[in-house]
Design a protein around this ligand. Structure first.
Ligand code: SF4
Ligand code: FES
Length: 776
């Protein structure tokens, strides 16, 4: 800890860290300095001059930008002098030469720093009568972002974000002088996984989102803080609602997790909430589909559960329930087991191909995301991090920028190869994800780990890989370094399920344990395993022959179509609860929307069914469940109760642990011909029912290296027909020369790929037409 220094601001002494910028030191002491270009999560550029302050120098008083000037002992700063005020008025008058006065039709009005600061610090009137700049407006710079160039004040927040933070500099300043404008490059749209952050940080209405433009005025919005459930980072968000409709999601700055940033999936995946395709009443599917009441559905289901003939009950859970809901399900299952002599045949399976035992034995070894900032070396062996844990990718990128060394193993993170110190590809890891050499003999490895602070982000790269090599790597690192591990399970509230379900099995266990000689009752809970899994075909076969299937879901999909009863459920924003992120940080989700139709949250169904088993038992509320759930946490000092999580000091979440029991057998398949990967955008029910982003997951493509691609006569981006047995799909081909020979990357969460066998070869032929390339 460095010694603090004292500076004098506006006549008062404040104490500050020695390396801070004047703007930060003042901010920390409650003194606001107006600014446009400065953003605490980006490098300062001093573009706008709105933050000018007066300081005492040996040569007298001087105006300096407070966002680029550091504090020093006994520095005297004046943020309110007449000279400062005159400078602020000048900057604002200058900015308004060209900025249009279109606040009545601008989405930013009401929350616009330019509008607010003009009111607070502006000159009151302008001396300019000349014509302002005009541009064609708005121009779409991607499927989801629009640009009104004449509103831009050239602060470079968007360009710096894209360059420094997300690493895809697709938006830049072009032309010079009076003609300078922000724009994208010809034929290169702003296709970034993080583009929505530029809309949030643009200090004027130059960048807007298609999903929010002209939808609401900021003063009409109802707002609540919550936690995103798109991946297991658990980004802090603010939900914005008007007239009971979710209109916008903004990132909130949580120092432990997202630092204010969101992926576009997390930001724009909400329109499904108001889709007219939502299921709002229980559906009984017989020879026809009919709506029934909740009571009727509960009677039918409990009759099935207590039918003397039912001898196996399986629950396939998805990642979008709250901790309280997983806890309620676990209670229901335990009561069911007590009633049922044959305990073995009541099981909970988690719907994620990438789940395996992971590394949970030693709580001391479990890392936090902020450990990335303290590490010497970061080791990454997991699914594609940018697609599956996008804001964790931003944290890794930031750590690398600050000098941490990144080493990547395997073939899934090829897109961020340029960030690495060493990329251990084909010569070290074969296409089955096994080591080609002893770990101790990997060249240039030992020097990065021996006695160093290492954070290892470890997870399965392929759903069907042998997990032994990952364990070997963990053990080696544990021996040689000061190791912290982040288990890279990526889906929503996976860690909440692991913390609150006594025993979690995987989809492979469901397939293998399914005994068709028994009477089978299967529940699917916010899970669609008949799509997006390497086991989809086998799961579908089993659901078809099951005696009774109950699906808790919001939409009809490949899985609910096989159900006898569909129970309508709620989504995030419509329920209160907690979720656990990949560090075991428990964060709050808050309710701000009414529930559609007769939909209920999962826990309410489990409570009603529990009550059918035992008249005495009934969960009354999420608060009651939360308080019961808290009993199981190891650290009793800081329990993640609603009350604690609502305290200002705990808004960033509470770290706490529970014992974890994952019973998943290693899937040891060899001769991998295809590497199934999950892309950020796919064909989940929520995405295809969110019009703004539905088309982003529609492209079908595969990746391979040139050698695999039969020779160079076919060009990059060619369209080919991929055939395996009776499956035939037209796809774009992208060449990725970081891949090993004879390994083809297939996006499993895009329609059409589920029926491929990853161990069998596929045939590729140049396609005659491009008709089927995109799915809608
Ligand atoms: S578009 Fe917005 S964020 Fe980008 S430079 Fe212009 S004003 Fe700044
Ligand atoms: S905020 Fe300091 S120059 Fe823009």
């Amino acid at each position: 800890m460095t010694d603090k220094i004292t500076i004098n601001v506006n006549g008062s002494e404040i104490s500050t860290e020695p390396d801070q910028l004047i703007i930060e030191a003042c901010e920390d002491s409650g003194i606001h300095i107006p600014r446009f270009c400065w953003h605490k999560r980006m490098d300062p550029v001093g573009m706008c001059r709105m933050c000018l302050v007066e300081i005492d120098t040996p040569r007298g008083k001087a105006l300096v930008p407070s966002c680029t000037t550091k504090v020093s002992e006994d520095l005297i700063v004046d943020t309110e002098s007449e000279v400062v005020k005159k400078a602020q008025e000048g900057v604002l008058e200058f900015l308004l030469i060209n900025h249009p006065l279109d606040c009545p039709v601008c989405d930013k009005a009401g929350e616009c720093p330019l509008q607010d600061q003009t009111m607070a610090y502006g000159p009151g009137e302008s001396r300019f009568v000349e014509d302002k700049r005009h541009f064609e407006k708005p121009i779409p710079i991607s499927e989801i972002i629009l640009l009104d160039r004449e509103r831009c004040i050239l602060c470079a927040r968007c360009t710096r974000f894209s360059d420094e933070i997300s690493g895809d500099p697709l938006i830049e300043f072009i032309q010079r002088g009076n003609k300078t404008q922000v724009n994208t490059f010809p034929d290169e749209p702003f296709r970034s996984y993080f583009s929505g952050n530029t809309v949030q940080i643009c200090p004027v209405g130059a960048l807007t989102s298609t999903s929010y433009r002209f939808k609401a005025r900021p003063w009409d919005l109802k707002k609540v803080s919550s936690t995103c459930n798109c991946c297991s980072v658990g980004c802090s968000v603010e939900l914005n609602v008007s007239q009971n409709k979710m209109l916008r999601i903004l990132g909130e700055d949580n120092d432990f997790t997202n630092q204010g940033w969101l992926s576009d999936k997390g930001r724009y995946n909400f329109e499904y909430l108001h889709s007219d395709k939502r299921i709002t009443l229980p559906l009984l599917i017989d020879s026809s589909t009919q709506e029934i009441s909740i009571n009727e559905s509960m009677d039918l289901i409990s009759n099935e559960i207590f039918s003397q003939k039912t001898s196996s009950v399986s629950f396939i859970v998805g990642p979008n329930s709250t901790n309280e809901e997983y806890f309620a399900l676990n209670n229901f299952v335990n009561d069911l087991k007590e009633k049922n002599d044959n305990n073995e045949d009541i099981n909970i399976y988690f719907s994620d191909d990438y789940l395996y035992k992971g590394f949970f034995e030693n709580q001391e070894k479990l890392g936090e995301i902020k450990d990335l900032d303290l590490a010497d070396t970061i080791i990454l062996w997991s699914q594609d991090i940018k697609d599956n844990l996008p804001t964790l990718y931003l944290r890794i990128k930031q750590a690398v920028k600050n000098g941490k060394k990144l080493l990547i193993f395997g073939h899934t993170n090829t897109a961020i190869k340029e960030l690495t110190e060493h990329y251990f590809g084909e010569e070290i890891i074969n296409k089955n994800f096994e080591f080609n050499v002893e770990i101790s003999e990997i060249p240039d490895f030992e020097e990065f780990i021996l006695d160093k602070n290492v954070v290892a982000i470890l997870g399965k790269s392929s759903p069907i890989q042998d997990v032994e090599p990952i364990t070997e790597l963990f053990q080696y690192l544990d021996e040689k370094s000061n190791l912290k591990v982040l288990n890279a399970f990526s889906k929503g509230n996976t860690f909440g399920a692991l913390q609150n379900i006594d025993c979690v099995k995987g989809l492979n266990e469901f397939v293998n344990e399914f005994d068709e000689s028994k009477r089978n009752l299967v529940f699917t809970i916010g899970a669609n395993p008949v799509n997006n899994s390497v086991l989809s075909k086998k799961i579908k076969d089993r659901l078809i022959i099951s005696d009774f299937v109950v699906a808790l879901d919001m939409f009809l999909n490949e899985t609910t179509e096989l159900a006898n009863i569909i129970l309508p459920t709620t989504s995030y924003g419509e329920k209160e609860g907690t979720v656990t992120n990949l560090e075991m940080r428990i964060l709050k989700q808050n309710k701000i929307l009414p529930v559609p139709g007769s939909a209920l949250s999962d826990w309410e169904y489990w409570s009603m069914l529990l009550n059918k088993i035992d008249n005495e038992k009934l969960f009354e509320s999420e608060i009651e469940l939360n308080s019961l759930m808290c009993d199981g946490y190891i650290d009793k000092e800081i329990l993640p109760s609603f009350e604690n999580l609502n305290k200002p000091k705990n808004l960033d979440g509470i770290l706490n642990f529970k014992p974890i029991n994952i019973e998943i057998e290693n899937i040891n398949l060899i001769n991998l011909e295809m590497l199934f990967v999950h892309r950020l955008y796919g064909d989940s029910s929520s995405q295809i029912n969110s019009p703004s982003i539905s088309m982003l997951g529609s492209e079908r493509f595969i990746e391979m290296n040139y050698a695999t691609y039969f020779g160079s006569y076919m060009l990059n981006n060619d369209v080919v027909t991929l055939t395996q047995d009776d499956v035939s799909i037209q796809v774009n081909v992208y060449i990725n020369d970081s891949l090993p020979d004879n390994l083809i990357i297939i996006p499993i969460n895009r329609r059409g790929f589920q029926n491929l066998d990853p161990q069998k070869k596929v045939e590729l032929e140049v396609a005659n037409s491009r008709e089927q390339l995109s799915v809608s």
